[in-house]
Design a binder for this molecule. Sequence first.
Ligand SMILES: CC(C)(COP(=O)(O)OP(=O)(O)OC[C@H]1O[C@@H](n2cnc3c(N)ncnc32)[C@H](O)[C@@H]1OP(=O)(O)O)[C@@H](O)C(=O)NCCC(=O)NCCS
Length: 205
Amino acid sequence: MRTALHTSIRPMTADDIAQVVEIERESFPSIWPQTAYRRELQNKLARYTVISEPDGPEQDEAQPATVWSTLRRIVGNPPSPAHELLLGFIGVWMMPGEAHIVTVAVREDRRRSGIGQRLLIAVIEQAQEDGQELVTLEVRRSNDVAQRLYEKYGFQRAGLRVRYYTDNNEDAVIMTTPDVSSPSYRELFERLRRAHQEACPDLWD
Ligand SMILES: CC(C)(COP(=O)(O)OP(=O)(O)OC[C@H]1O[C@@H](n2cnc3c(N)ncnc32)[C@H](O)[C@@H]1OP(=O)(O)O)[C@@H](O)C(=O)NCCC(=O)NCCS
């Protein structure tokens, strides 16, 4: 398992779109046009979050530290995406009473390193801070990997949207959390978050 180095998690900007589309291409049968992301970034209901690591030779720990790389470690990554490799992204719509996850994907060669969980944790935290009751999403019936991730975070099957995906007429499973502000959910979530922080410290600032 390859771990990430000095990752940062932050809101998506228009400069991230090219790399987001690159990750989408290796993740989904069909991709959104770049214009859709530009529109989404203007959408007041939408929140898009990316996780990235520094790109280029400076990320090699064996290289002697430069003034620039030292500065970066102290103050965090610069905002310039030219120096960042995007590892994954997640998008959510804050609807009345529910946070609806509309997309989530991790770079193919970086999966199974805790990045998907890190993104999901960020969204559940946003939902709790916004006072949302539920976090919901649709997932392809055949996507066992994603369903396992959601189940780990307390999502349960809430219904089916028949032939929801137009590319292959596949059904969507609707998955929903219990009330994310309830004491029992907070307890589960805190336990999972602490376990993730211990297992993947590089994914936490
Ligand atoms: C779903 C996805 C985002 C998961 O990202 P990831 O970074 O690999 O996930 P994590 O490493 O954080 O794994 C979290 C959990 O997901 C489940 N999981 C992830 N990969 C799995 C696999 N290959 N087999 C079984 N379970 C898996 C496990 O429950 C895992 O928890 P565990 O490590 O305690 O077993 C990633 O596989 C992806 O981008 N898939 C393509 C896009 C997609 O399907 N998006 C979902 C649309 S609804």
